[in-house]
Design a protein around this ligand. Structure first.
Ligand SMILES: *[C@@H]1O[C@H](CO)[C@@H](O)[C@H](O)[C@H]1NC(C)=O
Ligand SMILES: *[C@@H]1O[C@H](CO)[C@@H](O)[C@H](O)[C@H]1NC(C)=O
Ligand SMILES: *[C@@H]1O[C@H](CO)[C@@H](O)[C@H](O)[C@H]1NC(C)=O
Ligand SMILES: *[C@@H]1O[C@H](CO)[C@@H](O)[C@H](O)[C@H]1NC(C)=O
Ligand SMILES: *[C@@H]1O[C@H](CO)[C@@H](O)[C@H](O)[C@H]1NC(C)=O
Ligand SMILES: *[C@@H]1O[C@H](CO)[C@@H](O)[C@H](O)[C@H]1NC(C)=O
Ligand SMILES: *[C@@H]1O[C@H](CO)[C@@H](O)[C@H](O)[C@H]1NC(C)=O
Ligand SMILES: *[C@@H]1O[C@H](CO)[C@@H](O)[C@H](O)[C@H]1NC(C)=O
Ligand SMILES: *[C@@H]1O[C@H](CO)[C@@H](O)[C@H](O)[C@H]1NC(C)=O
Ligand SMILES: *[C@@H]1O[C@H](CO)[C@@H](O)[C@H](O)[C@H]1NC(C)=O
Length: 499
């Protein structure tokens, strides 16, 4: 009986979502020298981006998006919400001006009413559901309600006790809004819009959530987080948050409303208090997220159920205030150059992706100079890296400093070891990057091209755990980071089981 119910329940969810999951991109515009709408659309086309969300319903942008085939979610800006939620006529006007004027030339598929209203603008909460209803009735009057869905994006912080997911519930303060809202979404065949930020879950957990778990990196199967109530295994934070939302809805007896992730991403740069906002982490998160979504993987609670997701965001928004990371969530700079090149081998046709898998090992900029020097000495000595390009008069001599020279040697070692796990650590002073550090005639091993690719690992380096050097040099290569990670996973694992 329970199984039958479960199957029916699955069926209900999958039937209410059409086709495969898609990846979209949010377009925030707090950018100095924001490109023109035509230029933005040219970038979208060049990157094969088929779905976008705007934070308003800008007329020029909607005109530029006409006849492109790109699907568009428009937004009612939060500052217009009070008026719209209080007046059917104001809502009808908004729809006429911002939607009816553009369809069908511009394929508007959804209206996001406000943004994180319950957590960011609680004073508007009392009119939120009326605003959705008024907008919906204007769409019904125009016979567009089947092709345009109405909803409102929520912050995942609205969900309390989200670990383990099966115990999650919406902050009860908002039940008087959430219950009619979910009724509305159910009766109109719409979806719950949810913003999912594993980056913040990771940062705010003070080490309880392992970085690998936030970045969708593989964990050993016996270290995955298990929800003790459902015995579902969680391999990443994203799935756990989405399932927490499904459970929070079912706690209120709504079991057939699909979820659309309106925002998710990872910042590529931060200030000194945000060390995990790096291009490599951002690349890893977004590349893995995109593959996860486009694979129709679903979540442990609803495997195979499409979970379309909008990446936050297209451009770095340099005009945003707050910590440095706040300005660095973008995939692109305003000039259209990529902040990093996504690794999407096998993910199909989205983004001009890097199919070469080039990664390099570099010295950390802020690493201790003495440790760098020792590790450099180890690599060029016992590590058996050919360091002759670093000699005076050779192509990689300049710039002559320990960070640059260590970078060359670390990378040569890493490439020689077949980029194996642990071969880019050097006691924590090295890090893997996707940015090719080659400069001028100094071509780094691992670069695609003439003298980069032909590095042969003919001489195997000594096993790091028992290098032949005596004394302190041997300590510089221990590959200790992996052990630390396992401990964090174990901690997290036990905290989930205990809860
Ligand atoms: C608009 O988008 C919807 C949803 O993807 C799609 O079914 C429809 O065919 C599109 N319409 C046009 C005119 O491209
Ligand atoms: C609101 O306006 C729509 C037309 O936009 C109309 O169909 C509907 O009946 C109106 N609802 C109310 C409650 O006035
Ligand atoms: C629930 O929401 C209310 C109203 O915004 C807020 O004051 C309260 O702190 C929230 N509860 C938790 C546990 O976050
Ligand atoms: C959900 O349904 C159960 C069983 O019908 C009922 O006991 C419970 O009160 C309902 N909960 C809500 C929040 O409506
Ligand atoms: C793709 O989905 C299948 C199940 O349909 C799953 O076994 C596999 O791990 C998924 N791959 C990724 C990269 O998510
Ligand atoms: C991304 O890579 C895949 C190969 O896996 C390729 O088929 C696809 O065309 C690429 N996308 C773009 C926009 O280049
Ligand atoms: C890139 O890396 C992935 C996983 O590490 C691998 O499956 C794929 O074959 C690689 N592609 C190329 C072109 O080397
Ligand atoms: C790579 O090749 C170029 C020209 O073929 C040469 O000048 C350069 O020294 C080489 N670089 C390395 C690191 O071997
Ligand atoms: C490097 O590897 C290639 C192909 O595996 C081989 O033909 C070549 O002889 C090797 N070169 C050296 C110096 O070992
Ligand atoms: C290196 O360590 C391995 C396993 O720890 C051991 O079997 C091997 O004998 C050691 N080699 C040397 C040269 O000490």
């Amino acid at each position: 009986m329970a199984i039958l119910f479960f199957l029916l329940h699955l069926l209900a969810i999958s039937l209410s979502v059409y086709g495969d999951a898609f990846i979209g991109v949010n377009i925030g515009t707090d950018v100095t020298d924001i490109p023109s709408p035509t230029e933005i659309v040219a970038l979208l086309k060049a990157q094969s981006i088929q779905h976008v969300r705007l934070y308003d319903a800008d007329r020029a942008m909607l005109l530029a998006l006409a006849h492109t085939g790109i699907r568009v979610t428009v937004s009612v800006p939060s500052d217009q919400l009070l008026g719209i939620g209080q007046s059917n006529a104001t809502a009808a006007n908004w729809v006429a001006r911002n939607v009816l004027a553009h369809v069908p030339a511009t394929n508007i598929t959804a209206i996001a009413v406000g943004s994180e209203v319950l957590t960011a603008l609680p004073n508007v909460a009392p009119v939120l559901v009326s605003a959705l209803e008024f907008i919906q009735s204007a769409l019904v009057a125009a016979n567009l309600d089947q092709q345009i869905k109405v909803s409102t994006p929520h912050s995942s912080s609205l969900i309390l006790d989200s670990f383990p997911p099966s115990q999650a519930f919406f902050n009860r303060t908002w039940d008087p809004v959430m219950v009619p809202l979910l009724k509305f979404l159910q009766s109109t065949g719409s979806y719950l819009m949810l913003n999912v930020y594993p980056y913040y879950d990771y940062v705010q957990s003070n080490g309880a959530v392992p970085l690998d778990y936030a970045l969708f990196r593989p964990l050993p199967p016996n270290r995955e987080a298990v929800d003790a109530n459902t015995l579902l295994h969680y391999t990443n934070v994203f799935d756990a948050v989405v399932d927490a939302a499904y459970f929070a809805m079912s706690y209120l007896n709504f079991t057939n409303i699909p979820i659309l992730v309106t925002e998710s991403g990872w910042p590529s740069k931060g200030d000194s208090s945000e060390p995990d906002a790096t291009p490599d982490n951002a690349n890893t998160y977004n590349s893995n997220l995109i593959r996860h979504v486009l694979n129709n993987t679903g979540t442990p609670k609803h495997p195979g159920v499409p979970l379309s997701t909008y990446i936050y965001e297209l451009y770095n928004e340099d005009l945003r205030t707050g910590p440095v990371s706040e300005q660095n969530w973008g995939l692109f700079y305003a000039n259209g150059g990529p902040v990093y090149t996504l690794h999407l081998t096998g993910a199909g046709t989205i983004f001009a992706n890097d199919t070469t898998n080039q990664t390099f090992c570099v010295a950390k900029n802020d690493a201790d100079t003495k440790m760098l020097q020792a590790a450099l000495d180890w690599a060029c000595g016992p590590g058996k890296v050919d360091c002759s390009p670093l000699l005076q008069g050779q192509p990689c001599y300049d710039p002559d400093n320990v960070v640059q020279h260590a970078t060359y040697a670390f990378n040569a070692y890493y490439q020689k070891m077949g980029k194996s796990l642990g071969s880019c650590d050097f006691k924590g002073v090295a890090i893997v990057t996707t940015t090719n550090p080659s400069h001028g005639s100094c071509i780094f091993p691992g670069s695609s091209g003439k003298n980069g690719t032909s590095i042969n690992g003919t001489t195997q380096a000594p096993s790091p755990a028992n290098s032949t050097v005596s004394g302190c040099l041997s300590q510089y290569y221990k590959g200790g980071s992996f052990t630390t990670t396992l401990i964090f996973v174990a901690l997290f694992f036990s905290s989930v089981v205990v809860l």
